[in-house]
Structures are given as structure tokens and as C-alpha cells.
Design a protein around this ligand. Structure first.
Ligand SMILES: Nc1ncnc2c1ncn2[C@@H]1O[C@H](COP(=O)(O)OP(=O)(O)O)[C@@H](O)[C@H]1O
Ligand SMILES: [Mg+2]
Length: 314
């Protein structure tokens, strides 16, 4: 079956200004490098990695809100990489996003009913009163009373705002939801409620979710598969249990070690700060055993079904 979302060789470089010199000189800084990722239909894929690893940029490219420097984006098997804004519009309806900070995405001048109904309005679906009714239905579905339709964003708690953002993202019944750190700003108990809501909606709607997070405990409870990102590359990918039971890559292990435990003295985290530092720890795998040609650069090698990790193959 075709994947809901597939990223092939996705890259992003930003020009950065070099220091010194009389004339301005620019150098390309790669922030996402050759990312390959499949989000199967009706599944939740976690994209994890510390801040700055390129997760948001990857998600924004998948939505074509940021243009890739190279690579392809496929939605239900359709290549949307080069589509014009007009041709992209039907796919836009099929792919929605929820951010960490939904407050800035919710217009303070609009009622919650208006905010949730807006995508229907933009896509010209239904009459004004039908749009309002659907919006109120969605408020209920995400756990808010219909009377919230008359309220404004500033009246809500952080968790309630995320519920509104989720209702707005799902009202067009998208196939794919990109959730970029949607629970990172929330307290533990509220976080669990939002995770449960996302899980319920995913099951009910058969949604495919790319769940971006640096919080591995949340990712463990929610996702089917995990891709670990470091320095713009996916360095390990596996079914969720494979990541937690048998992480192969030193960076994945360092992320797992950094999960808070009851007695913090029991574990010491070692988070790698640079590619060089990490590479010193990357396992070397003989080309003879993997069948790969001699190569000094890291490559993905298989470990178990659906489980691969980056290693230096020689
Ligand atoms: N518009 C931009 N211009 C230049 N650099 C950027 C831009 N957006 C992001 N970056 C850089 O790309 C890297 C990855 O950022 P991001 O995708 O936000 O990572 P993450 O979501 O994993 O924290 C960071 O080093 C960030 O500074
Ligand atoms: Mg981010």
C-alpha cells in the first residue's frame, strides 16, 4: 500500500554569512541531509532528536512550507515537490500541522468557533451555519463544551489551546498530521491527556501522524516507529520497541540515557555535541559482513527487520 507520506533524499541548506573579509561571503550550511522517511497509512511515526537537529525543518519541508534544497516529497504516492501553489491546494487540505506554541497560531480577535471553522471557510466547504455547527462538533470531539465556541483564545489554558489547535487541524479530515512538539509546553498530566486525545483521534480517523518530539517517554507511549535525527541526518530508525529494547547507535543510546529516572544519580547522560565527537563512537562495520563497498562515510546498515542505523562501513 502506498505510504501516506514519503520523504526521499530530502536536504535543506541555508546560506550563512562567513565572518571576516571585506566583501560578504556566503557558505551553505546543511541542516537537513538526505532524509529518507516513510509514514505508513494509519500509523504514528516519531521523529526525535535534540534541539537544532533539523526536525522542524524536515516537517516544514514535508508540508512544503519550507522549500527543500533537494529531494522529493510524496503524499499518498503523488509527488508534490514541484507543484504550484494552485496545484498544491488539494494536498494542503490533506496535510495539517499542530505546533508547540498554538497560541501564536490562534487569532486573538476570533472566537474559538470561528478559529476552528476557518479551514472550512478557506476551502469553501458548507454554508456559514454548517461551518459553525461542524466547528462546535469538533470542539466537543476534542473534549471542550460547545459553549467554548463563543470564547476567545486568551480565556484558555495551554492544554485547551492545544485541543483547539487539534480541532482546527483535523476539521478538513486530513490524511496526514504533522505534530511538532505539541505537548512540549504542557504539564505532565495535561501532556498525557493530549497524547490520549491524539491516540484516540488517530484510531478513529485512521490518521497518519508524524510526531516530532525530543521527549522519548512520550514517543514510546504513542508511536509505531521512531526515526532518530542528529545533525540533520537520520542516524537510526526502528519499530518503537526496537529503539527502546535494542538501540544500536551511540546517539540513540545517549538520548535514552537522558530520559529522566527517579534517581538521577543512577544514570549519566552523554549527549553528543558535534558530529566529530559522535563519529568517534560510531561502530565500524566490516563491508565484508554487510556487503557494502569500502566507504569512509557513515551509511545505514540493517540490524533487524525495519531497524537500521548509521555506521562507518569499511
Ligand atoms: N531560516 C533559517 N535560516 C538559517 N538557519 C536555520 C533556519 N531555520 C532553521 N535553521 C537552523 O537549522 C537547524 C535545524 O533547526 P530546526 O529544524 O528548527 O531543528 P529542531 O526542530 O530539531 O530543533 C538549526 O541549527 C537552526 O538554527
Ligand atoms: Mg523544532
Amino acid at each position: 500500500m502506498t505510504a501516506a507520506l514519503e520523504l526521499r533524499g530530502l536536504c535543506k541548506t541555508y546560506p550563512i554569512r562567513e565572518r571576516g573579509g571585506l566583501l560578504p561571503r556566503y557558505r551553505d550550511l546543511p541542516v537537513v541531509r538526505d532524509v529518507n522517511l516513510v509514514v505508513a497509512r494509519n500509523s504514528i511515526v516519531g521523529l526525535v532528536g535534540e534541539s537544532g537537529s533539523g526536525k522542524t525543518t524536515t516537517g516544514m519541508m514535508a508540508l512544503r512550507l519550507t522549500e527543500p534544497s533537494a529531494g522529493r516529497i510524496l503524499v499518498s504516492g503523488h509527488d508534490i515537490t514541484d507543484l504550484s501553489p494552485q496545484a498544491l491546494k488539494p494536498y494542503r487540505a490533506k496535510m495539517q500541522v499542530v505546533f508547540q506554541d498554538s497560541y501564536s497560531a490562534l487569532d486573538p480577535m476570533f472566537t474559538l468557533a470561528q478559529i476552528v471553522a476557518e479551514p472550512l471557510h478557506i476551502h469553501g466547504i458548507g454554508s456559514a451555519s454548517e461551518q459553525t455547527q461542524t466547528a462546535l462538533d469538533w470542539l466537543e470531539r476534542v473534549g471542550l463544551h460547545r459553549s467554548y465556541g463563543q470564547r476567545y483564545p486568551h480565556e484558555l489554558s495551554g492544554g485547551q489551546r492545544q485541543r483547539v489547535a487539534i480541532a482546527r487541524a483535523l476539521i478538513l479530515r486530513p490524511d496526514v498530521l504533522i505534530a511538532d512538539e505539541p505537548t512540549s509546553a504542557l504539564d505532565v498530566s495535561v501532556k498525557a491527556q493530549i497524547i490520549n486525545l491524539l491516540r484516540d483521534l488517530q484510531e478513529e480517523m485512521g490518521l497518519s501522524i508524524l510526531f516530532i518530539s525530543h521527549d522519548l517517554s512520550v514517543v514510546r507511549s504513542l508511536t509505531d516507529k521512531v526515526a532518530v535525527m542528529f545533525n540533520g541526518r537520520i542516524v537510526e530508525e526502528a519499530p518503537t520497541e526496537g529503539i527502546f529494547a535494542a538501540a544500536q547507535h551511540p546517539y540513540t543510546r545517549s538520548l535514552l540515557d537522558a530520559i529522566p529516572v527517579l534517581n538521577p544519580r543512577d544514570r549519566r547522560a552523554r549527549i553528543f555535541r558535534s558530529r566529530e565527537e559522535l563519529e568517534a563512537d560510531i561502530p565500524r562495520i566490516s563491508a565484508a559482513t554487510t556487503g557494502l563497498a569500502r566507504n569512509a562515510t557513515p551509511a545505514l546498515v540493517p540490524h533487524a527487520p525495519g531497524h537500521q542505523f548509521e555506521a562507518i562501513v569499511e
